[in-house]
Design a protein around this ligand. Structure first.
Ligand code: FEO
Length: 396
């Protein structure tokens, strides 16, 4: 059983670590697992804020019952309906049938559609409050962070923000619960990957939410995944601000698709030419090996993107197509771009790259390279021109 941790007097984190699930949302890799955090406030009324994923609900309910020691749950606040947090609602309702479910007008149709629950509902709006006895909760809408119904809950008496997915992270909580008890260097990529993969599409709503929440005094951020922030609040808010403004660093991601090595040769050549020009942060990825999760994360970080593909059945290679459509879907902004391609008898990759460039509106820094098989002298010169132009842009 996972033991509850008291965050402040009468306020608990009851969460579970999930080290078994390989793919979050059945898509994003979880090499370091993920934690689902639920919170409980014991006042004159007892409140649960969000639940956990259903595969872990037995552990969760046992911890909750132990923590409450015979008390009943009066309110369940549903900040976010995605089933990694709403998965235990039905089970909770079986244990506490008189419990009132608190959400907003966009929460309840989802609650009905997912679980057939449609009574004992209390609708809140922007700025609504809920009296618990000695404390009051306040509610703020945060649409699209990460679904349309998403809201956050604020506890003014303790300056605690129950933020839902916002400020969350992949990675289990290994021993520590708070940011100052955990190895944040170990979790760094899992924090940024969570943002870029899950929240990254919603930069504008993130900026809106940051402005709104920036007016509140906050001493603790209780997200539904990852560390509870109390010592590095400014850092995590600054990171979200930077990421949601699509601010990038000097560096280049070269992503290639190659069947027999010629396109990979071009990627390595471009990497060496970039290094000659003083670029140190160069990340070369094979799209057949590296999951888009990591490519997207590096692309959120570095300003330069150079994409290369062989042709395949008259089109672009399938794993490069996956990356392009992911980037188009997420709508990543603010990059320098160049392409290289390779073919055996006719082109295939270039028309798709051109379509991608038109859609993304990233600045193309140099004409593409287009080799046939083993790169020849002119192809080497074209790769050099791409690398030099990219380096010059980045250093400007
Ligand atoms: Fe952690 Fe959008 O759910």
């Amino acid at each position: 059983m996972n033991q509850a941790v008291e965050l402040k007097k009468g306020i608990y984190r009851i969460g579970v670590n999930d080290r078994r699930t390989h793919l979050f949302e059945n898509y994003w890799p979880l090499p370091k697992g993920v934690a689902y955090n639920s919170y409980v406030i014991v006042d004159e009324k007892v409140v649960v804020v969000d639940t956990v994923e259903r595969s872990r609900m037995d552990d969760y309910l046992e911890s909750l019952e132990t923590t409450l020691n015979g008390k009943k749950v009066d309110y369940l606040i549903v900040n976010h309906m995605e089933p990694d947090h709403s998965g235990a609602i039905k089970a909770l309702l079986c244990h506490y049938p008189d419990m009132t479910i608190v959400g907003n007008c966009k929460t309840f149709p989802m609650l009905e559609n997912f679980y057939g629950i449609h009574h004992n509902l209390l609708e809140v709006k922007e700025g609504s409050t809920l009296d618990l006895g000695s404390r009051k909760l306040q509610f703020y809408m945060a649409p699209m962070l990460h679904w349309p119904e998403t809201m956050v809950t604020y506890l003014p008496s303790e300056h605690i923000l129950f933020s839902g997915d916002i400020f969350g992270a992949f990675g289990t909580l290994d021993g520590g619960i708070f940011d100052d008890q955990l190895d944040l260097d170990y979790l760094e990529e899992e924090i940024s990957r969570y943002y870029s993969n899950i929240v990254g599409k919603y930069g504008v709503p993130a900026q809106t939410a940051l402005k709104k929440l920036g007016t509140l005094p906050i001493d603790m951020i209780c997200a539904t995944h990852g560390p509870i922030w109390r010592s590095h609040i400014k850092d995590i808010i600054a990171k979200y601000d930077k990421w949601s403004r699509y601010e990038t660093e000097e560096g280049v991601v070269i992503a290639f698709s190659s069947m027999y090595g010629h396109t990979e040769n071009m990627a390595d050549m471009i990497g060496r030419f970039l290094a000659e020009k003083g670029i140190r942060k160069i990340r070369i990825h094979d799209t057949s090996k590296t999951h888009p999760s990591y490519l997207i994360n590096d692309i959120f970080r570095y300003k330069g993107v150079i994409l290369g593909s062989c042709s395949y059945n008259g089109g672009i290679f399938p794993t490069m197509e996956t990356l392009l459509s992911e980037l188009e879907h997420i709508g990543v902004k603010n990059h320098y771009l160049a392409f290289f391609a390779n073919k055996t008898w006719s082109g295939g990759a270039l028309p798709r790259f051109t379509q991608f460039a038109d859609k993304m509106k990233w600045e193309i820094v140099a004409p593409h390279a287009d080799a046939s098989g083993h790169p020849k002298n002119q192809d080497v010169e074209d790769c050099k021109a791409i690398a030099y132009a990219m380096a010059e842009k980045l250093k400007a």
